[in-house]
Write a protein that binds this ligand. Structure first.
Ligand SMILES: Cc1cc2nc3c(=O)[nH]c(=O)nc-3n(C[C@H](O)[C@H](O)[C@H](O)COP(=O)(O)OP(=O)(O)OC[C@H]3O[C@@H](n4cnc5c(N)ncnc54)[C@H](O)[C@@H]3O)c2cc1C
Length: 424
């Protein structure tokens, strides 16, 4: 391995691999190496999207992300979802769009995505150095000196792509932020996002484990509505998961970490207002026959959920015919169906979080090139930045887009600026 190279990319996850490929395509004469602490590359890509890798989404806007949306918008415009589709097709990985708007590889296998990226790296001569944990990076007038677990390496440009802290067993353990700090950056407090939530153990969720249905979740912080999202909720043995919970988790985790009073309310019939639900119950009560409450609820909810919700009313409504509901019991039932507080006691933490919120502030990075405003010749990309997307392929799009910008600009910058220029 050479001890002197043009571009060193620290971290060979989605963002690092994209940066390596785009840098080499911009200038095939450059020597480019990806250094990664892991024994094998791409563990996170392989587990993503339930093993299918949700590569991007058919419609991506800055409002799908948390962070400085003005800067996020500028970055995403430079490499959008159509560019991702074209790029993957050029890698021999055609994508297909599902009804949800998510794009997956035609093969339905995340392995195809990883193989496509690795194949292109190999063709372009991008060096992949596994088992290379980078511990220290310093800058002098000759460029960057990188200390890693196998020795040292000099590079003219450095792209930091070490990810966040989610799923640390894949190698993304947050150590990369120390490198960014060493090179003059700040890091906002990271916390797990897109993470399942734990419920009070005595709550009824264990009896519903494995059932999913559409709901609306409303998060209030200090009494004010802070977030509302609709989608599929999955009841589990520990609490709740599924897309809508993962999306809602960010606000809950952050507010809790900041010591704020946060509450999560469940609306089980997301497309009906309180009045609609009340009307539905009254209409059912006016019909002939003696339909029981769980049977009626079961027309719009999974049977076990319907039974459980009827059971936990005070008094229990399991054997109550709808037409014998008192006004008060009906009102209580409407409240439970539309505004039921879930006893959340925590999140499943970093080992189960799909993404990291917080990181290097986008204001410290040029949105044109992903170049550092603090350190000439340095670029910062992917999940280590203070930007995180909702569920649906948005986080990978962020990795591809930031990797594209940094890869192209680092390569161009070496060609046009012998000495790295500030704020590039
Ligand atoms: C279970 C799961 C499922 C997901 N599914 C999806 C999905 O379907 N769609 C989607 O859009 N997003 C998904 N995500 C999120 C997405 O995977 C990440 O946002 C994305 O992979 C981030 O890419 P990255 O390159 O910035 O960081 P990472 O992929 O985390 O890569 C960082 C790399 O840096 C290396 N590294 C860290 N520190 C050092 C160091 N000091 N020295 C050397 N190397 C280092 C790590 O080993 C790692 O390989 C999922 C995440 C998880 C955990």
């Amino acid at each position: 391995m050479p001890s002197d190279i043009d571009i060193a990319i620290i971290g060979a996850g989605a963002a690092g691999l994209a940066a390596g490929i785009f840098a080499a395509e911009t200038n095939p004469n450059l020597s480019i190496a990806l250094l990664d602490s892991a024994k094998t590359i791409g563990a996170k890509i392989l587990v993503s999207g339930g093993g299918r890798c949700n590569v991007t989404n058919q419609r991506i806007t800055a409002s799908d992300f948390h962070g400085n949306r003005k800067l996020i918008d500028r970055i995403l415009r430079r490499f959008d979802e159509q560019a991702t589709v074209r790029w993957f097709s050029s890698l021999g990985v055609p994508l297909k769009t599902e009804a949800t708007g998510k794009l997956f590889p035609m093969s339905n296998k995340a392995r195809t995505v990883l193989d496509g990226l690795l194949r292109r790296c190999e063709t372009l001569g991008v060096l992949l150095l596994t088992h290379h944990l980078v511990r220290d990076i310093t800058r002098d007038d000759k460029g960057f000196l990188i200390q890693h677990s196998q020795g040292t390496l000099r590079a003219k440009r450095v792209i930091l792509a070490t990810g966040g802290r989610s799923l640390p067993k894949t190698g993304s353990d947050g150590s990369g932020w120390g490198l960014a700090q060493q090179l003059g950056h700040t890091v906002t407090t990271p916390y797990p996002a897109l993470v399942p939530l734990l419920l009070e153990p005595s709550f009824f969720h264990t009896t519903l484990s494995g059932i999913s249905h559409d709901v609306t979740l409303t998060t209030t912080v200090a009494g004010k509505t802070s977030d509302r999202c609709t989608g599929s909720l999955l009841w589990t043995h520990f609490g709740i998961s599924g897309p809508v919970v993962l999306d809602a988790s960010r606000v809950w985790v952050r507010a809790t970490a900041q010591g704020e009073a946060v509450r999560l309310h469940l609306h089980c019939l997301p497309h009906l207002s309180n009045q609609d639900v009340e009307k539905w119950l009254m209409q059912a009560a006016s019909l002939p026959g003696r339909k029981l409450v769980p049977t009626l609820l079961g027309e719009r909810l999974p049977t076990r959920v319907a039974t459980r919700l009827a059971d936990i009313q005070e008094p229990a409504l399991s054997d109550t015919p709808v037409n014998l509901l008192s006004k008060e019991a009906r009102r209580n039932l409407v409240r439970m169906l539309t505004n039921f507080e879930l006893p959340v006691i925590g999140s499943r933490g970093w080992n189960f979080a799909e993404v990291t919120a917080g990181g290097v502030p986008l204001e410290e990075i040029s949105a044109r090139s992903m170049g550092s405003r603090q350190m000439p010749g340095l670029y910062v990309i992917g999940e280590m930045l203070d930007c995180d997307g909702r569920i649906g392929g948005f986080n990978f799009q962020w990795a591809w887009a930031t990797g594209y910008l940094a890869g192209c600009h680092a390569a161009l910058n070496i060609m046009t600026q012998p000495a790295a220029k500030d704020g590039e």
